[in-house]
Every structure is written in structure tokens, then in C-alpha cells.
Design a protein around this ligand. Structure first.
Ligand code: FAD
Length: 517
């Protein structure tokens, strides 16, 4: 039996890699640091240490960290990014570099302490950046683009990407570095399953085009790779003909097992719905402060009293797209679907909206919160993947246990299933082993003086799952120590480390993820 005093295989690998890195001969010129490359002609007018730029790059949507870089690069070309990474890689003391998409991380993941933050959005240029192939049904997109911009461009040609996030003001590079999930994932897979090709600048400053057939290891490493293996500058995204409208229904449940049984059955049916999500409504706080488009006011009192009675209720949300060819059958299909479900009868939520209004539904809530000064506040979010076999225990111990007891959680609380088969094991994102697992999101808004209470609650949830050996994995992960990351990736950790050594041996990229110190 192996003694616990021996380092594990993965620890040994890290140690070997660390020693090899130290022994790697360094073929370098000088040792530029961010503050002394400011005068480098290559970056004239693009690299700045102005406090406004540096301050802006030090915070993110989470508003719970402040990590100052030394400088910010506003690249106007891919070559600018190559030059910057090469400069760091070739120097004796490399400096950290992080791509920053739209800065919608929660914990400084796009930060580069004392290094250079690359403001990817400065690459956006109306004249280039998205080329649509109608025949190939794909779009070549600069990854600095927001998904809403990609949608608007492709819709001009009657086409659309198929897999989305709930919120579209995120960059293509940012979501592909994580996964990109929402109610479409059960049918189409995450966004990273809908990419055909990437251009990536590795941590050595080398640019490569990669796909399933070309440099496939780098391709899969970068998908869900948390920015660790390279800066993705172009993505070829699958497209389909765009539907015109969306039929959008919600159903309320008081019984969690009925709710999950219906969800699981619906995602197992081929060709059915285009979108399926679920949420939890609690006996405290506003039911959902983002999605104002809820039930008609006449239902409110009855819903509130149902929540009071049961303390926790659940809401299933489904969508079917349609166009002029399917408009006659869609109502009938949705009626049949309603009849087959075991929800609480008597509450009607049915909307018929344009395709773009459905996809961009969170924007209204965002603008509403912004107008009230409630958008740029701390967001101690927690997102988890929970194996199907554990979801009832999770409901009992977390939603009906910790969350009700602490009585502080507000904001959307999502819970919906997805199928493992829609993910590719070679991609970097860590997911549970079971065929079906649930995405659970605690999307909280807090105040600057109370966010730590939510963070404590997050820890409580994580500890509960760990003690109960539920094999829960964080999505959009944050781990304070490398030990946490080793557990996070489990059997994929060795591959993750090998790829890091191969593509970013000097550990230059995305240090804010806190994986490799
Ligand atoms: P950033 O925060 O700027 O960067 C994130 C990470 O990616 C950093 O490590 C950064 O260095 C790296 N990175 C950025 N660009 C590149 C690139 N081009 N190449 C390589 N690495 C890069 N996620 C979902 O999956 N589904 C959702 O429905 C969803 N909804 C959200 C709603 C809101 C309001 C918010 C704030 C976030 C949501 N997210 C969702 C999470 C979001 O997908 C991630 O936080 C994503 O990283 C944000 O994209 P960004 O462009 O702001 O990335």
C-alpha cells in the first residue's frame, strides 16, 4: 500500500516540470519588464501605464478583487500580441500576460499582477473580424467580438450560431476559454463543442491554426483552457439557418423530483426543444431580479403564497424556435408537451418573441439594474456541475438546507441538466463522469460591505458537497490553491500540466486563474 508521505503522480509531474523549466537553457537578450518596454517602438501608442487604463484592467464584473497590472496593451493587430508574448518569452525574467475579453470574470481571472493585460476589445474593427461562409455554414470571428455582435452580423445573412450563453455581452474568446453554456447546451453542446477551427498565439509567441485535424492537441487544450495555453485570436464557429421566432413557456413545480424527471426526459428526446433551463424560487428576496419577464401580475399573489407554503419551488423554462414553415405546428407541439409534464396547473407563462429578443433577454434586466446603480456591484457567484445521481441530495442539503437557513441569497438560482455526450473529453473543461449532470448557478448580487457573507455561503456549499462526496465540479472555477486545481481536474490534471509545459512553458499566460504560480 502506498504511503501518504509520497508525492502523488501528479505532484511528481509538476515537480519534474518545474525542475525542467529551471534547467531549460535561456537564449535571451535583455530582461524587459512591462514598465521598461513602454518605450519600445513596436508598441508606440498601444502600451500604456496610465492609471485610468491600469485601474480599469484591475477589476472585473465580480468586483471582489483588485489586481493591478503594470501596463495595458491595446493591440490593433494579431502581430502586436505576438510581439508582446515573444518579448516576455525571450526575456530572462518573463512577465505575466493576460488576455482580457470583456472582463466579465468574477475573481480576477483576466488579471495580470505586475504584468500586461491585453485589452482584446481594442482589436474590434468593423471592417474586419467576421467573415461568414454561407456554403460552409460557418463564421470566422475575431475572438474580441461580443456574441451579440456576432449574432447581429450573422442574422444579416439569415444565419446564426447555435449554442449560446444566457447573456450575450461576453467575448467569443472569454466564453471559449470556459465552455459557454445555457439552455441550448442539452441540444447543441456547449459553445466549445461548436467550434471548427482556432488561431492561437501560444505562450512562446508562436501562432498556429488548429482544428480537430490540425494541431488537434492545442485545439482541444484551448477549448475550456482558461487562457492557459495561448491567446485565441480567431474562431471558426458553426452556423445554422436562423429561426424567426421563439415560443417560450415556463412551468412551476413544487416537487423537485417531478421537476428533474421532466427536465431529464425532455433533454433525452431527440429533435424536440431548442432550449431548456430551470430555476429555483425561494421564500425570501426578489424571485428573480434579472428576468423581469415573469408571470402576469394577476398570478403574482398566488405564486408568492405557493412559495410561502412550500418555501422552495422550481420553474422549468423551455423554448421552441419556429419560422414560417413550422408556425402552424409549433402551438400544437407545445400544447402536447405541456400535457405531458407534471407541473402545478393553473399558472400560465407563454411568450412569443423574435429569435433575437429571446437570445438577448438578459439585456433588459442589465439595463434596468444599471439604471438603478445595481450592476457594478460585487458578484460572489458560484457555478457548479452536479452529477445527476447527486442532484436530489443537493436540493435537500443546499437549496432546502444551507440556502434557506442562511436566508441571504438573492438573484437568479439556476438548475438544469445537460448531457455529457455533447462534450468532448479532449477539451480542457472539467465535467462530471456521469452521462447527465446539472449546471447549478448562484448568480448573486451583493453590496460592497456584505459580499463576504455570500462568499462564506459559497464555501459552505462547497464543503457540504465535499463532505458528502458528491463529485461536484466548479464551472467558471476559482481555487485558492494548486491542490484545489489538482482535485478540480482529477484524472485530467496531468494532461493539463503537460499541455501547459508544452504551450506556455514559462507560465506567462492568464496568471489570474491562479493555477500555476
Ligand atoms: P474575461 O473575463 O475577459 O476573461 C476570462 C478568461 O479568459 C481570462 O482568464 C482571460 O485571460 C481568458 N481570455 C479572454 N479572452 C481570451 C482569448 N481571446 N484567448 C484566450 N484566453 C482568453 N457563462 C456561461 O457559460 N453561460 C452563461 O450563461 C453566462 N452568463 C453570464 C452572465 C453574466 C452577466 C456574466 C458576467 C458572466 C456570464 N458567464 C456565463 C460567464 C462568462 O462566460 C465568463 O465569465 C467569460 O469568461 C466572460 O467572458 P469575457 O469576455 O468577459 O472574459
Amino acid at each position: 500500500m502506498a504511503s501518504n508521505n509520497f508525492p502523488s503522480q501528479s505532484h511528481l509531474l509538476v515537480i519534474i516540470i518545474f525542475i525542467t523549466t529551471l534547467l531549460t537553457p535561456i537564449t535571451t537578450n535583455t530582461s524587459p519588464q512591462p514598465w521598461n518596454i513602454l518605450s519600445n517602438d513596436n508598441f508606440a501608442g498601444k502600451l500604456t501605464s496610465a492609471s485610468s487604463s491600469v485601474e480599469a484592467a484591475s477589476i472585473d464584473f465580480g468586483h471582489v478583487t483588485k489586481i493591478l497590472p503594470s501596463a495595458v496593451l491595446n493591440p490593433s493587430s494579431v502581430q502586436d500580441i505576438i510581439d508582446l508574448i515573444k518579448l516576455s518569452f525571450d526575456s530572462q525574467s518573463s512577465f505575466p500576460i493576460a488576455a482580457r475579453g470583456h472582463g466579465h470574470s468574477f475573481r480576477g481571472q483576466a488579471a495580470a499582477k505586475d504584468g500586461v493585460v491585453v485589452n482584446m476589445r481594442s482589436m474590434v474593427n468593423e471592417d474586419r473580424g467576421i467573415k461568414v461562409s454561407r456554403t460552409g455554414l460557418y463564421a470566422d470571428v475575431d475572438t474580441a467580438w461580443l456574441w451579440i455582435e456576432v449574432l447581429n452580423k450573422t442574422l444579416e445573412l439569415g444565419l446564426t450560431p447555435v449554442s449560446w450563453t444566457d447573456y450575450l455581452y461576453l467575448t467569443v474568446g472569454g466564453t471559449l476559454s470556459n465552455g459557454g453554456i445555457s439552455g441550448q447546451t442539452s441540444r447543441y453542446g456547449p459553445q466549445i463543442s461548436n467550434v471548427l477551427e482556432l488561431d492561437i498565439i501560444t505562450g512562446k509567441g508562436e501562432i498556429a491554426t488548429c482544428s480537430n485535424d490540425m494541431n488537434s492537441d492545442l485545439f482541444y487544450a484551448a477549448l475550456g483552457g482558461l487562457g492557459q495555453f495561448g491567446i485565441i485570436t480567431r474562431a471558426r464557429i458553426k452556423l445554422e439557418l436562423a429561426p424567426k421566432r421563439a415560443k417560450w413557456l415556463r412551468f412551476l413545480y413544487t416537487d423537485f423530483s417531478e421537476f428533474t424527471r421532466d427536465q431529464e426526459r425532455l433533454i433525452s428526446e431527440a429533435g424536440g426543444l431548442h432550449f431548456l433551463e430551470g430555476s429555483v424560487m425561494l421564500d425570501h428576496g426578489p424571485p428573480d431580479n434579472w428576468r423581469s419577464t415573469y408571470y402576469p401580475p394577476s398570478d403574482h399573489l398566488r405564486i408568492v403564497s405557493m412559495i410561502k407554503r412550500h418555501r422552495v419551488i422550481y420553474c422549468l423554462e423551455v423554448v421552441k424556435y419556429y419560422d414560417e414553415f413550422s408556425q402552424h405546428s409549433v402551438n400544437e407541439e407545445m400544447e402536447e408537451l405541456s400535457e405531458s409534464l407534471n407541473f402545478v396547473r393553473g399558472f400560465v407563462y407563454e411568450k412569443d418573441v423574435t429569435y433575437i429578443d429571446f437570445l438577448n433577454r438578459v439585456r433588459t434586466g442589465e439595463l434596468n439594474l444599471k439604471s438603478k446603480g445595481q450592476w457594478d456591484v460585487p458578484h460572489p457567484w458560484l457555478n457548479l456541475f452536479v452529477p445527476k445521481s447527486q442532484i436530489s441530495r443537493f436540493d435537500y442539503g443546499v437549496f432546502k438546507g444551507i440556502i434557506l437557513r442562511n436566508n441571504i441569497t438573492t438573484g437568479p438560482l439556476l438548475v438544469y441538466p445537460m448531457k455529457r455526450i455533447m462534450w468532448n473529453d479532449q477539451m480542457s473543461t472539467a465535467i462530471p463522469e456521469e452521462d447527465v449532470f446539472y449546471a447549478v448557478g448562484f448568480l448573486r448580487s451583493a453590496e460592497f460591505d456584505n459580499w463576504e457573507a455570500y462568499d462564506k455561503e459559497n464555501m459552505e456549499v462547497l464543503m457540504f458537497c465535499e463532505d458528502a462526496k458528491m463529485d461536484v465540479i466548479q464551472y467558471l472555477p476559482y481555487h485558492a490553491s494548486q491542490e484545489g486545481w489538482v482535485r478540480h481536474f482529477g484524472p485530467r490534471w496531468n494532461t493539463f500540466v503537460e499541455r501547459k509545459y508544452k504551450y506556455d512553458p514559462k507560465m506567462i499566460l492568464s496568471p489570474g486563474q491562479n493555477i500555476f504560480q
